[in-house]
Design a protein around this ligand. Sequence first.
Ligand SMILES: [Fe+2]
Length: 397
Amino acid sequence: MLRLLIILVLLQRGVYGEIVSIHLSWTECPSTSMHITWVTTKDEIGSPIQYRSDSETEWRSAHYSSQPMPLGLPYLIHHASLIDLIPATRYQFTVGENTQCHYFRTLSDNPHATYRFIVGGDLYCGEGKGFHKMNQMAASLDPQFAVLGGDLAYAHEKLPNREETFEKIHRWIDFLSIWTRDMVTSDHCLIPIIPAIGNHDVAGHQLQTPNASPFFYALFPFPGKKGYRAFDIQEFISLIVLDSGHTHPVDGEQKSWLEETLRERSTVPHKFAIYHVPAYPGRRALSTPVSRTIRTHWSPLFEQFGLSAAFEHHDHTYKRTHPIFNNRVEANGVLYIGDGGWGVRNNKQPQNPQNTWYLAKTAKKSHVLQVTIRQEKCLIEAFDPSGMCFDSIKIIK
Ligand SMILES: [Fe+2]
C-alpha cells in the first residue's frame, strides 16, 4: 500500500525518468539474442522492458539490471539481454513507462546470406555537426551492425590523475543520445554496436586498467571487463576486438588469448581484427612505440592464421596498405585499413604512398568503411560524408 502511494505521488509529480539514449550490442549469438542498454535520468523508479516480434501479438517481458552512471553523472544505465530470438527477424520493444516502440533485427544464420556492416572510429569529439552528418550517411547504408574502433566520445584526459570535468565526461551522454537519434535503418531498426576501446575512452589513455575507463565498461557489455573479445557470426565470420594497450597490455595475457582465439577459428574464412592504434599508420611514424609493439606481438599471429583485414583507427585520416607479410609487401599478406575520422573536426594530412613502402592509398578524408560479405567474397568500400565511395578492395577467401 505504501509503495503504491509512493508511486502515485511520483506519477503526480511526473518524476519517472526520461529516456536519454538506447543502444544495442551483443554478448551472445547475434542470430538469436540482443543486448539492449538504455540510459535514463536518475529519478527513474522502474524501467521495465517489453518485446515481441513483428508477427506476435503478445508482449514478453525481460529481466533487466540498473546501475548509476559512474563519477556521479545524474543518470542510470539499464541492461537487458534478450535470448531465444528467431534469426533474421524484426523485433519491437518498449522501455520504461514510454510506449514508443523501437526496433531491431536479429542477424541471419544462413551461410548463403549477405552480411553487411560498417566500420569506423574517432567519432564524437564534442562537435555534433560532423558526427551527425557522417551518421546520416552511415545509417543510409542500412548496415546490420556498426563496428566502432575506439575514441567514441573523447571524454577523458591524458593525465591519469587529473580531475575529469563534468563537461567532458558528459560527452558519453551526448554521444549516445545523438547515436540513438541518428543510427536507424530505413526499416526503423536501431543499429547495434560492436565497440573497441580507444585512448580517449580512458583516463590516462595508455597502460591503464579498466578502472580508468568506467563509462566504456559500464555502457558496453564486455564479459569480465576484458576489453577484448571475439564476435562470431556462425562459423564463417569472426571479428576479433582488441585493446591496443589502453586498459590491457598488447602482449602477455591478451596476446595469448589472441593466439588461442585465432587458432580455434583457423577454418573460419572471414576473420577481421578491430582495434584503435594502427600497426601501420597512415599519418604517424612507423616507429611510434605502440605501433611497433602491435607489429611485434599481433601481426605475426594475423599472418599465421590468415586474417582478412585489420581495421585500424586513431590517425584521423584514411589509409589502405598493401598486403603485408613479415614486414614486407606480399600477395598473401594482411590488409590494414582505416585510420579513423568518423566525426572528428579536422582530418590530418596522410603520408604519401609513393614515399611509404606499406601504403597503397591514402586520403585526407572523414570516412566510414562498408564491409559486404557474400559466401567467399568480401568487398570493403570507403565512403566519405557525402556518400561518395572513394576507395574499395575485394578479398576472396
Ligand atoms: Fe585515438
